[in-house]
Design a protein around this ligand. Structure first.
Ligand code: LMR
Length: 394
């Protein structure tokens, strides 16, 4: 039967990553997948994570299954991190999911069963996997305008105009809480207020992808759009990832957080989430969850981790500034990158130029022109600036 299978196209991000791994060139550089690297080009295990692992190694008593939604400690800590201490947690149904992608899928699976006829809106552009995940859950996906024509900023009027004209009551709208992937371009707080007003007026459900908490302006600051939305939206969905801010990429730790209007529906919502999870991956893996719970519940470890998040954010900021300066020194104005937040920046390079960078220089970027700023280092900076300056003239 399998003889008839045709080759599926490679993943736009992880497919390139795989090609990079096989590239024999010594000076190659990977700016594709969103993984934080230190100035030596390595993806470190955070010291707070190492300490938590040592503690877990000493204290963990069992590898038995976790509940379908994950352990209570993890859930309580994550709710506080994302929603803030004062939130009415009885309204919240949370599940540990394998990464942010697991949360997106479990959330979309849950909604698609219960909201027939709803459509899923995603920004144009958006993370390369969003459409596939929401469609796999059974949704029709639609794109709302996001990037301006010059590809340097937000087309805010276009975004609001389109959602206002074409959005329907009951549609679901995927929003990136901070560090928009792939552009790095975020709405301001007052723009968030307007987005929230519009979705409330249209009765559309915010579905917030929160994969980079701490990488924009800070752990608290990056959650601000969520508190803006929560003031007006009695119901919303948040998909959090701990891949980046805890550096737990391969441990697959994320959370699906579904907020209801009151405590009444919470148990029913959680039961639907459990059903979606059980027929997919059954229940979550223990180790990454234990790391996050251990760190967040230990004041000393938690404060150390917060400092480490600040350091990662500050390194990304330094690299983004160095890139802008490096391009300026080569007569190119990349000043628009200064307003971008988080791991990614949109360079404005096209797929042909991205191919040229890869083939000629061994520098891998995503075909859309997205680069992982967190993959730049002081030593690679000059070569990257030279290559981008050259590529943009190709
Ligand atoms: C990215 O956009 O590079 C990350 O979110 C990793 C991934 O899974 O694509």
């Amino acid at each position: 039967m399998f003889e008839h299978f045709s080759l599926a196209p490679p993943d736009a991000i992880l497919g390139l990553n795989a090609v990079y791994e096989k590239d024999p060139r010594a000076g190659k550089l990977n700016l594709t997948v969103g993984v934080f690297k230190d100035d030596e080009g390595k993806t470190p295990i955070l010291p707070s994570v190492k300490l938590a692992e040592a503690k877990i190694f000493q204290e963990q008593k069992s590898k038995g299954y976790l509940p379908i939604e994950g352990g209570r400690d993890f859930i309580d800590q994550v709710n506080r991190l994302v929603l803030g201490d004062g939130f009415e947690m009885a309204r919240v149904a949370t599940a540990h999911t394998p990464g942010g992608t697991g949360a997106l899928r479990a959330g979309a699976d849950t909604l698609s069963k219960l909201l027939p006829g709803a459509r899923f809106w995603v920004s144009n552009p958006t993370w390369a996997n969003h459409n596939a995940v929401f469609q796999a859950a059974g949704f029709e996906t639609l794109s709302y305008r996001y990037l301006n024509a010059a590809k340097t900023g937000l087309d805010f009027d276009g975004m609001l105009g389109q959602l206002s004209q074409e959005g329907r009551q009951g549609d679901v709208v995927c929003l990136h809480a901070c560090c928009h992937n792939p552009t790095g371009i975020d709405p301001t707080v007052s723009q968030w207020q307007e987005i929230s007003d519009l979705l409330a007026k249209k009765k559309m459900l915010p579905f917030v992808d929160f994969a980079y908490q701490g990488f924009g302006d800070g752990l608290l600051e990056d959650a601000k759009p969520i508190s803006v939305l929560m003031q007006q939206h009695p119901e919303l969905v948040i998909c959090a990832s701990f891949s980046k801010n805890f550096g737990l990429y391969s441990e697959r730790v994320g959370a699906l957080i579904m907020v209801s209007e009151s405590a009444g529906p919470t148990e029913a919502v959680l039961s639907q989430v459990r059903t979606a999870i059980r027929c997919n991956y059954s229940n979550p893996p223990r180790h990454g969850e234990a790391i996050v719970a251990t760190i967040l519940s230990d004041p000393a470890l938690s404060s150390q981790w917060r400092t480490e998040v600040d350091q990662m954010r500050s390194r990304i900021h330094t690299m983004r500034s160095a890139l802008i300066q490096g391009m300026q020194a080569r007569g190119r104005d990349f000043g628009f990158l200064a307003d971008q937040k988080g791991m990614f920046s949109y360079t404005g390079l096209n797929p042909m130029q991205a191919d040229w960078l890869r083939n000629e220089k061994g520098i891998y970027i995503v075909g859309t022109g997205r680069i992982n700023v967190a993959g730049l280092t002081s030593t690679s900076m000059d070569a990257v600036c030279d290559a981008i300056a050259h590529a943009s003239a190709v």
